[in-house]
Structures are given as C-alpha cells and as structure tokens.
Design a protein around this ligand. Structure first.
Ligand SMILES: [Zn+2]
Ligand SMILES: [Zn+2]
Length: 345
C-alpha cells in the first residue's frame, strides 16, 4: 500500500510500504477514503531532527472497515467510520469521563510509527472505543465537514466548552488557522454574543466572520490587546480561546481576558514556562484551562448539526489532493497558500 512518510524538515514522501493489517484482537483495518493534513503536522515539518527514522504521517481520517480482530464487537466490514486524533479504549475511567486523550490504554497516533492516516489504509487499535460510525456513504457531499470532527472542529469545540462559553459570552479567539476558525463556529454555537477574532489573513478572517465572528482584530501584541479592550468596553472578554500555541499568543490571551475570565488553550504550547503571576493570571482571578481535545467525546454531539447542514465546518478545506499531491499539500499549507488540505487517497 502507499503511505506518507516524513524523512526530515521539508522532506515528505509518498512511498510503497508494508500493508497494514489486523494484528491485535481489538484492531480494525480501515481503508481510508478521506484524510487531511493538519497544522500540527507542520511542527515536525519544521523541526524534525535530522537522522530520525522516517515517520508515517496523518491522524485525521475517515474510511471503510475492511477487517476486524476477534474482540471487536461494535463494527463490521463495510462500516464507514471516522477516527479521532487519539485512539482510546472507551471503557476506562478517563474515557468514561470524556477525557479520551488521557485513556489508560490509548495514545496519539504517533505512538504507532508504522501507521498513519495519510495513507491507503491504517490499523486502528482499540477499534470499538476509537472509531465512530457515520450514517452516510463515502461519496457524501458532507465528507469535508464530517472529517473535521476528527480533530479541528473537535478541538475548536473543546476550547469553547472548556472555556465555559455560554449564552451571551464575550469571546476572543486568537489564531485564524482551521482550529481558530472552528473555535469561532463553536463559540457561536454555544451562544456567544460577541466573538472577536484575532488574525491577519483576510481570506481566513472572512471565513471566520461567516462562522460567526463579530469583529476582527488584525493587530498583534500590545496594539492588538488595546483594540480588543476597546471593543469590550475596556474590560476584556469573558473567555479567550487560544488556538496558536506560541508565547506571544499566550501573552495576548492574558492581555485581553477580563477579571474573573477564562483562558482556554488548544494550540499545542511550544513553551513549558509562562507567566502566571500578579500581572498575568493571579491579579485578575483568571482561570487557565485547555489541553488536547478528546474529540471522540464530542462526535455524538457534533454529528447531527453537520447532517442537518446547520453548520458547515468543512469550509476550512480549500484544496484537495490525491496521495501524490501530499508533499505539495504540506508545502502549500506551510507557505499559507492553503488553509487546510483534504486528501483522497
Ligand atoms: Zn490534527
Ligand atoms: Zn480508555
């Protein structure tokens, strides 16, 4: 079968590899019908250490179950399924609490160096707990939107839920990537009244406005903070959804949150140390929350509005490639020619 491998910074190749197959009794083999490149795939695209072993790429996918291990009880050959970006058992204390990214038996896909979602097929461990059945056919026009519940919509929604966005909230979203834009959509869905999107790329912030942003602030740093404060009567916003992960975004977050407010981070932090003192979090009784989204936990809830067409998160995809086009897709996302690239293997 063919699969995407990363060899080093900027070096993505599509190659023939050994066929994935069921290995454990709880595994399913999934033939991938739709997949995509993630903003987080660009981290190793920049910083993968030279001399590392090539890594299979991709953690967001939809496909058809082709084979199942002897213990798999909820899935059958032919089922169309979507996978979250972490696999999980579905039965441990953390899975039952809706925190599947902390599953006692599960992990993120990169724990399986021989498997990846940007490929023709994949072995899915803990298939009963991980995979979520979709009530449509693989050629459904809803496929781009359904694919977003694998990660980017689940992550944006997790940001908004963890931040406590509710009817009437004022929300600031930092970042105009796919997750930031879907954090806007999620905040809108949860009833936010004012949604300020901080981002500089007009084509993206335009989509953000379509998703529900009421204001766009293109300025960054102090200037951006001042703008947001002006837009919120001088007080800042109740909730800040930080979808970038770099220190300047965190600094913007505590700059624009109002006293008693909450900062919810879903951008993977590229730092371990950050201000928490009098002038950042403590002084204003600010709550800091967020983490990797248990996107499996939100699938039941996010499926109906997509099926009804009341939300169209799939609009974040602005390019589609076959497997041969994946290396170019990485380059296009890296150079911001594409927001998010859909893959049809
Ligand atoms: Zn992702
Ligand atoms: Zn579990």
């Amino acid at each position: 079968m063919r699969a995407t491998l990363m060899y080093g910074p900027g070096d993505v190749r599509v190659e023939d590899v050994r066929d994935s197959r069921v290995e454990q009794p709880s595994d399913a083999l999934v033939r991938i019908t739709a997949s995509c490149i993630c903003g987080s795939d660009l981290h190793p695209y920049h910083s993968m250490p030279a001399g590392s072993a090539p890594t299979h790429m991709g953690h967001e996918f939809i496909g058809v179950v082709e084979d199942t291990g002897s213990e798999v009880s909820t899935l059958r050959k032919g089922d169309l399924v979507v996978a979250p970006f972490a696999y999980s058992c579905g039965t441990c204390q953390f899975c039952r609490a809706g925190l599947q990214t902390s599953c006692e038996k599960g992990s993120f896909w990169d724990a399986l160096p021989q498997e990846g979602g940007q490929a023709e097929a994949i072995r899915v461990p803990l298939a009963d707990g991980t995979l979520f059945k979709l009530p449509v056919t693989p050629d459904s026009a809803l496929m781009p939107s359904l694919l977003t519940i694998s990660d980017v919509l689940g992550t944006g929604y997790h940001a908004a839920v963890s931040g406590g966005v509710t009817q009437g909230s004022t929300v600031t979203v930092i970042g105009d990537g796919a997750v930031g834009l879907l954090a806007v959509l999620s905040a809108k869905r949860l009833g936010a009244e004012q949604i300020i999107l901080m981002g500089r790329h007009t084509s993206r912030t335009d989509l953000g406005c379509e998703f529900g942003a009421t204001d766009v602030v293109a300025e960054r740093g102090e200037e951006g903070v001042t703008k947001v404060r002006e837009l919120t009567g001088g007080f800042g916003s109740h909730v800040v959804l930080e979808a970038v992960g770099h220190m300047p975004a965190y600094e913007q977050a505590f700059g624009v949150v109002r006293p008693g407010g909450t900062i919810s981070r879903v951008g993977v932090p590229q730092y371990e140390e950050a201000p928490v003192g009098m002038t950042s979090l403590f002084g204003g009784n600010v709550t800091l929350t967020g983490g990797p989204a248990p996107s499996r936990a939100y699938m039941e809830e996010l499926l109906p509005p997509i099926l009804e067409g009341s939300i169209e998160p799939g609009k974040v995809f602005d390019a589609t490639v076959g497997l041969d086009g994946v290396p170019q897709g990485y380059a296009d996302m890296d150079e911001r020619r594409s927001l998010k690239v859909l893959l049809k293997p």
